[in-house]
Design a protein around this ligand. Structure first.
Ligand code: HEC
Length: 397
């Protein structure tokens, strides 16, 4: 069955690329298959294949006969068939699908998962009505993450106030999404730094990777403001060996058991786990470090202090700039004729190639420098001690 979905997807991609006579043939044939078949599995396979083939394209011309599919499958007993049909109809420009999805997204009584899917579909076609809706939904815990991430895609002047206004009520993870969205455009970053200066956003939450992203916006006024708030960022590495020796001294100043492992786990969760898996939890922006050479303090310090010394190619960061001024920093995980798929520090972003102005490969790792510099020495000792433990420890009470 998966084979059918894959076949449909390849067929549709092939046709789209070739723009050949078969392109005109295949979509109506698949559409007809959907009208005629009453087998939910076949319907699902064809729908999934079409979705896969259209991934990364915001819109596509409606194939002949699609209205009949939309009308028929809107009442399918199978939830996935209904959702896929609605999403595809939206991609094909159906006003009915757009109205329905906007209503679902805004409906606080609807199921949270359905609302998020509706928003994601509307984001995929870059629906004009979205910025105002998303700004209102920042106040709504059920869909707020999608709303905040989605707002980064639009250059809308109301966004900074909407996000900053809700900031105090956000969870730590939501705050990271909020800061990432605000750090993605010059016009958003200015109100963000004003909020940091006014202590509405705690300065400590502007972590090293965000500061780097802000500097990446290449705006002189912003840079000056950052230097005032954050101090000068070292652009050139100091002597590696001296720096490692200095950190070792800090570590061993803690005595024969230099740190506290449970407290170190808290520090890891705060500074590292967003990108790294260790033992049983964490993100996958960087490698899983459970099996790394963690018992070796030199290895740890080299990698933490000098992430740019050796960067495996699959982790080299790129900066993508859209035509409307959004800057996305991350690892380009894949690309095809239509779109780039980018792993940022917090999410996976798909950017249609037609909207991208410029892609620059950087000489930098996704892992920021200066992570330890933000921490008090006790936290550095706790973190390093935790990292050298062979197994997981409980969080402190
Ligand atoms: C924004 C994402 C990000 C954060 C935050 C981050 N890292 Fe990394 N880290 C990476 C990436 C990507 C790599 C792989 C590329 C490289 O070596 O620079 C990496 C590499 C490493 C390595 C080498 C792994 C190997 O396979 O040899 C270690 C060890 C490491 N990080 C530890 C840490 C620790 C400890 C922290 C917290 C103090 C941290 N990282 C924070 C993204 C991150």
């Amino acid at each position: 069955m998966i084979a059918l979905a894959r076949f449909v997807s390849l067929l549709a991609v092939g046709c789209a690329l070739a723009g050949s006579a078969t392109a005109a043939d295949a979509l109506p044939k698949l559409t007809q298959m959907l009208v005629e078949s009453s087998d939910a599995q076949v319907q699902m396979d064809v729908l999934r294949g079409l979705s896969e083939a259209l991934k990364g394209r915001r819109t596509a011309p409606m194939p002949a006969g699609w209205e009949a599919v939309e009308a028929k499958l809107a009442d399918s007993a199978n939830g996935e068939v209904r959702t896929l049909t609605q999403t595809l109809s939206l991609t094909f420009g159906s006003p009915r699908a757009r109205t329905a999805l906007r209503a679902t997204a805004a409906d606080t009584k609807a199921e949270a998962g359905a609302r998020r899917t509706a928003l994601e579909s509307l984001l995929a076609i870059r629906d004009d009505g979205l910025p105002k809706l998303l700004q209102a939904l920042v106040g709504d815990p059920a869909v707020r993450v999608v709303a905040i991430r989605g707002l980064a895609a639009f250059d809308d002047g109301g966004t900074p106030a909407a996000i900053l206004g809700a900031y105090g009520r956000l969870t730590p993870a939501e705050r990271r999404d909020a800061l990432n969205a605000l750090a993605s455009r010059v016009a958003f970053a200015k109100p963000l730094l004003a909020a940091v200066a006014a202590q509405q956003v705690p300065k400590a939450e502007l972590t090293a990777d965000l500061v780097r992203q802000l500097r990446g916006l290449k705006d002189e006024g912003l840079r000056q403001e950052l230097t005032k708030l954050w101090g000068v960022m070292r652009e050139t590495s100091p002597d590696m060996e001296a720096e490692i020796a200095r950190m070792k001294k800090v570590y061993w100043a803690g005595g024969s058991t230099p740190g506290d492992a449970p407290r170190g786990r808290v520090v890891f969760n705060k500074v590292c786990s967003q990108c790294h898996r260790l033992f049983d939890t964490g993100g996958n922006v960087g490698p899983d470090i459970t099996g790394a050479n963690r018992g070796d303090l030199d290895y740890l310090l080299q990698n933490i202090l000098f992430p740019n010394a050796v960067i495996p190619n699959e982790y080299r960061a790129s900066t993508l700039e859209t035509k409307d001024g959004r800057v996305v920093m991350g690892v380009v995980k894949s690309q095809d004729a239509a779109a780039y798929t980018v792993q940022t520090a917090t999410e996976v972003v798909t950017l249609p190639k037609a909207e991208v102005e410029k892609v620059e490969e950087s000489e930098q790792s996704m892992m920021p420098e200066g992570l330890l510099g933000q921490l008090p020495e006790t936290e550095i000792r706790d973190l390093l001690y935790y990292l050298t433990r062979p197994g997981q420890v409980p969080l402190p009470k």
